[in-house]
Design a protein around this ligand. Structure first.
Ligand code: M1P
Length: 265
């Protein structure tokens, strides 16, 4: 049963640091890319929740994030104080949905149709070693485009990532789209192994910050692995409202958390 919170009282008052929040990217930060979180990581997040508020802020949609973080079948948005999927374009607070932004609502059906037509033609003509299925995934606030297709297996993903790094397939594709659809004001973000996300400029991970603003946190920590320019953690990592932490793996995230919250100073 939901606990009644008296008006004007923060739900985080009982935490050791009630005005602090830790926000985490998912792939490469809480979990290996597109895989499940370790038991050790899940336990650490549980312990951290006693210290301060916690949030995930992933580029993926909620289903994918749940596969990675809710490994015991629980509802992932109950394990975090805030849940931000699709960069926060779909947002939850304490298990309840806050809002959902619409990509089509923003660019319009006609422009969207032209975009889809162009992308699918381009992929059809693309000569890469293998192709699978689901080349475009329509989400709420963004679309995800994958030259190999989202149905690629883990082994195929790893192979494709290497191939893409060498041949710049996604980078070239993005350049062409930027030119062709310049009037739409879209951002293209290569955040994972086999695809890139497309969303209106400004709808990057900083979008999630508007949802925590009313709570008046004085320390906002952000942890991410793609914090370099062009990576999908860059904007939130460099935002003046956050204290950014670059991590190299989930183990590195745990190491930094231990130093920040679990080591007596
Ligand atoms: O979280 C990072 C990215 O993870 C997936 O990327 P890929 O399938 O290419 O590894 C996607 O869900 C993508 O939207 C997301 O940004």
């Amino acid at each position: 049963m939901a606990t009644e919170i008296p008006a004007g009282t923060s739900p985080f008052e009982g935490r050791t640091h009630p005005k602090t929040i830790c926000m985490f990217d998912v792939d490469g930060t809480l979990t290996p890319a597109r895989q499940q979180a370790s038991q050790e990581m899940l336990q650490m997040l549980k312990d951290l929740r006693k210290e301060c508020a916690i949030a995930f802020v992933g580029g993926s949609d909620l289903n994918k994030i749940a596969e990675q973080l809710a490994i015991h079948g629980q509802n992932v948005v109950d394990d975090f104080d805030y849940g931000f999927s699709e960069n926060g374009l779909v947002a939850y607070k304490l298990g309840k949905q806050l809002s959902r932004a619409s990509f089509i609502g923003h660019i319009g059906e006609e422009e969207y149709k032209k975009f889809v037509k162009f992308v699918l033609h381009y992929i059809a003509d693309l000569d890469i070693p293998i192709k699978r299925g689901t080349f475009m995934e329509f989400r709420n606030g963004m679309v995800n485009v994958s030259p190999i297709g989202r149905n690629a297996s883990n082994a195929e993903r790893n192979e494709y990532e290497k191939y893409d790094l060498e041949h710049g397939v996604r980078a070239k594709f993005v350049q062409i789209l930027q030119k062709e659809f310049a009037h739409l004001g879209l951002t293209y973000s290569i955040g994972g192994q086999i695809s890139f996300d497309v969303f209106p400029t400004g709808w990057d991970k900083t979008y999630a910050l508007r949802h925590i603003e009313p709570e008046g946190f004085t320390e906002i920590h952000f942890f991410g692995d793609k914090t370099y320019k062009g990576g999908n953690d860059y904007e939130i990592y460099t935002d003046s409202r956050t204290i950014g932490h670059t991590v190299t793996s989930p183990e590195d995230t745990m190491k930094i958390l231990k130093e920040l919250f679990f080591t007596k100073k």
